[in-house]
Design a protein around this ligand. Structure first.
Ligand code: ADP
Length: 770
């Protein structure tokens, strides 16, 4: 190689080095002993915010005066000692990027000539901002992990613990050192290993495992109910390397839930008992005042009659308050059922107006009813709608003096759904804007003084609003203090499917097809309805009665079969799901009996299993009050002949005995009374009654015990029993009564009409003594 060639090669290498130096991704520079820049690369120039040219030949404090204070002493020390200074961390901002702080790692090295003479200092500046940020993030994450309120354990793919946080240490009683490297199954009870494997498998398969209930076990054997959330931890290539599980301790919650449920049960029992206690004296008030009113009217004593009516009215008000409290309790425990029926909206309006009219007189208010267009018919829960409307009207009457109360009713189609709108407007005291939400809260009244001045419990509106919600609609309020209020009910004309909870354990009401099967069923007009669920029976019965059928119901398969033989009905409707003997067994039995196999049977389809438990309540009961005038009519038509035997009224409450006896004897029945079960048995010994009206809660021998005695005697067994109760029957009560009694009537709600009708019906089908 010639010298020229060698030279050329050296020059090429030098150029290469030069280029490397210039474009290196780290800041590089060289200053001479005078601290003048001899060499500066692009990155360094950028860090200093000057061009390369601006550096060369100039002193540090001239080029970057801002760092001269920092760098000057360091440079001078290196020149003095000849020692390098490395690993300096410097923070600052780039002139080109004044908003972000950077972190640089700075190294200074002295540079010597081959003879060892100090020639200057070379500096390397590396930007480590990202590295520091990543480190900080990791530190923070690890703090979050360590201090998280829930135990977190990280395991590797073979199920061994890699890490756990403080809460995990504390909860499970294992130290980090003792658990790390051990199988995670140490904190999972044996009976849950299977679940743990399953969750892990699902998580690895990409499924979300979030808040799954599981169990953890501590070192001392104590178990925790937990909600488990698993997440995969991946490395930078996206490979899963570990699994983190968060186990939120919910033991306390579960315990609290159990306690709350227990408390709720206690509350329900308390309410049922309390309602009994409250309703019992009310029976006396309602019964006597009604009776005395009639006597006074008969005697032409108008004034007394009017006073008595007020007592009766007050009693009814009190009853409605008690019922409000019960309604609320039932809504809260989800026990309130919705029962849709067909009705004419205009009729509802008239009905409500007639009921509300007397309320208006009290404060000299005028009631106006405005119908906007055709109202048509509806399929909704009439009772709840009526109750809500009446509540609004009675509020309007209460909070308005010498003013107007207007009910505006209309029907509106929105997106194919028909809505019924009832606006109840008054010109009364109004409600301040800030109280308008509040009045829908339980026990809330707009003014403290309200209840003093106007009475009331603050339950009407919350119940009404919840009713409207259950019916698929809403109740809203617009009001101006001092000018009046408008409460508006909007509900769909047809109860939305999902809202229509068919009575628990029961079936869809009869379809038109089913009704026509029955209609074609021949000359007989009696239909036997076999269903264990009282509401379902009532529903079917009502439907059939509308079609002029005579209906006899049976609350069990056995009873149904017995009645079918006796009655030879034109048709039978049959519930598929019933306790003891289910619909299908009944059907088999019907088809196997030569005298029954020709009778058409309509099976009513079943709901889901959930409601089956409820369907264990297998007795009939009635609840609706009916007015006394209608009662008269029916009594007149169906007054029994004198040969028809007596009705035995069994109740420890003399008032009930007296009012019931009065109602029955007015209708021409012979009545005997017994104040407890033993006395009733004595009556039976003497002669068989046509029917027994039976109270359940009595001293000496209560209703249930009486029933046992009664059914044990073959001669007495078939006497029909109607239970008269003021106790809200529990499931257990109903189960016990199942199949033993004909009807159950709630004491406060029976009307004379209903009672007489029932007696008529029941006695006609009763085989004994007829
Ligand atoms: P109650 O009437 O038994 O107190 P509600 O729940 O029906 O219970 O009503 C709650 C409160 O709302 C009432 O106490 C009253 O302050 C206010 N309120 C209801 N209706 C009206 C109305 N039409 N005008 C003015 N205030 C009303």
């Amino acid at each position: 190689m010639t010298d020229a060639q060698r030279l050329a090669r050296l020059e090429a290498q030098l150029a290469e080095l030069e280029s490397l130096y210039t474009h290196a991704p780290v800041g590089l520079c060289f200053v001479d002993t005078d601290l003048r820049y001899v060499r500066v690369n692009e990155r360094m120039a950028a860090i200093n915010g000057r061009t390369i040219e601006a550096h060369l030949g100039n002193r540090v404090e001239e080029v970057v005066p801002s760092i001269a204070d920092q760098v000057g002493p360091v440079y001078r020390r290196i020149l003095r000692t000849g020692e390098p200074v490395v690993g300096l961390e410097v923070r600052g901002k780039l002139p080109s990027d004044p908003y972000n702080e950077h972190v640089w790692l700075v190294n200074h090295h002295p540079v010597r000539s081959p003879e060892g003479e100090l020639q200057g200092i070379s500096t390397v500046v590396i930007d480590i901002t990202e590295l520091r940020e990543a480190e900080a993030a990791t530190r923070q994450l690890s703090l979050v992990f360590m201090n998280a309120a829930d135990p977190i354990v990280i395991e590797d793919l073979s199920g061994n613990v890699i890490d756990l946080n403080r809460e995990a240490e504390r909860s499970y009683g294992w130290g980090r050192d003792t658990l790390i490297g051990k199988p995670i199954k140490r904190i999972v009870p044996k009976d849950r290993h299977h679940q743990a494997d399953d969750l892990l498998r699902r998580c690895l398969a990409g499924e979300e495992v979030r808040n799954v209930q599981g169990i953890r076990i501590a070192r001392d054997g104590s178990r925790y109910d937990v909600l488990l959330t698993l997440s995969l931890l991946q490395d930078e290539r996206g490979e899963t390397v570990a699994i983190a599980s968060i186990a939120k301790d919910i033991s306390a919650l579960i315990e609290a839930k159990a306690e709350a449920e227990e408390a709720n049960r206690a509350k329900s029992t308390f309410l049922a008992n309390m309602s009994h206690e409250l309703r019992t004296p009310l029976n006396a008030i309602l019964g006597y005042s009604e009776m005395l009113t009639e006597d006074a009217e008969d005697a032409g004593n108008e004034e007394t009659a009017n006073d008595l009516k007020k007592i009766h009215q007050a009693g009814i008000h009190l009853l409605s308050l008690i019922n409000d409290v019960l309604d609320l309790a039932k809504i809260e425990s989800g026990k309130l059922e919705i029962l849709a029926e067909d009705f004419e909206v205009a009729r509802l309006l008239e009905d409500v107006a007639a009921t509300a009219e007397p309320l208006m007189g009290k404060n000299d208010n005028q009631l106006q009813i405005e119908r906007e267009g055709e109202l048509g018919s509806a399929h909704q829960d009439l009772t709840k709608l009526r109750q809500s409307l009446l509540n609004l009207l009675s509020n309007a009457a209460k909070f308005t003096k010498q003013g107007n109360v207007t009910v505006r009713a209309g029907r509106e189609a929105v997106n194919g759904t028909d809505w019924l709108i009832f606006a109840v407007e008054d010109s009364g005291i109004g409600i301040a804007a800030e109280k308008q939400q509040q009045v829908f809260d339980e026990f809330a009244q707009a003014e403290e003084t309200t209840s003093r001045d106007y009475g009331g419990t603050g339950l009407g509106l919350p119940i009404s609003r919840r009713f409207c919600g259950m019916l698929g609609g809403d109740l809203t309020l617009e009001s101006q203090l001092g000018e009046g209020s408008t409460f508006t009910i909007r509900v769909p004309a047809v109860l939305p499917e999902a809202e229509e909870e068919a009575p628990a354990g029961s079936e869809t009401p009869m379809t038109p097809a089913a009704v026509s099967t029955l209609r074609e069923a021949g000359t007989g007009r009696t239909v036997l309805v076999i269903d264990d669920d009282p509401e379902a029976r009532e529903l079917v019965e009502r439907l059939l009665r509308k079609d002029d059928f005579e209906v006899v119901t049976a609350s069990s398969g056995e009873e149904g079969l017995r009645l079918a033989h006796v009655l030879q009905p034109a048709a039978i409707t049959l519930d598929a799901v019933m306790p003891e003997m289910d619909g299908w067994s009944v059907l088999r039995a019907l088809k196997a009996a030569p005298d029954l196999r020709h009778i058409p049977v309509v099976m009513l389809t079943i709901l889901d299993d959930k409601t089956q438990a409820y369907s264990l309540g297998a007795t009939d009961y009635l609840v609706k009050p009916v007015d006394r005038e209608a009662l008269r009519e029916i009594l007149k038509r169906h007054a029994p002949s004198s040969a028809s035997g007596y009705v035995l009224v069994v109740d420890d409450d003399a008032v009930v005995r007296e009012t019931v006896s009065d109602a029955l004897s007015t209708a021409g029945w012979e009545v005997q009374e017994a104040e407890n079960g033993s006395a009733a048995l004595a009556c039976l010994d003497a002669s068989l009654p046509k029917l027994i009206l039976l109270d359940l809660m009595m001293p000496v021998l209560d209703g249930f015990e009486f029933l046992v005695e009664l059914r044990a005697n073959p001669e007495w067994r078939d006497v029909p029993i109607v239970v008269l109760t003021s106790k809200d029957l529990t499931e257990e009560d109903r189960r016990i009564l199942s199949g033993r009694v004909e009807e159950i009537i709630a004491k406060d709600t029976w009307s004379h009409d209903q009672l007489a009708e029932l007696v008529r019906r029941v006695t006609r089908r009763a085989p004994a003594g007829s």
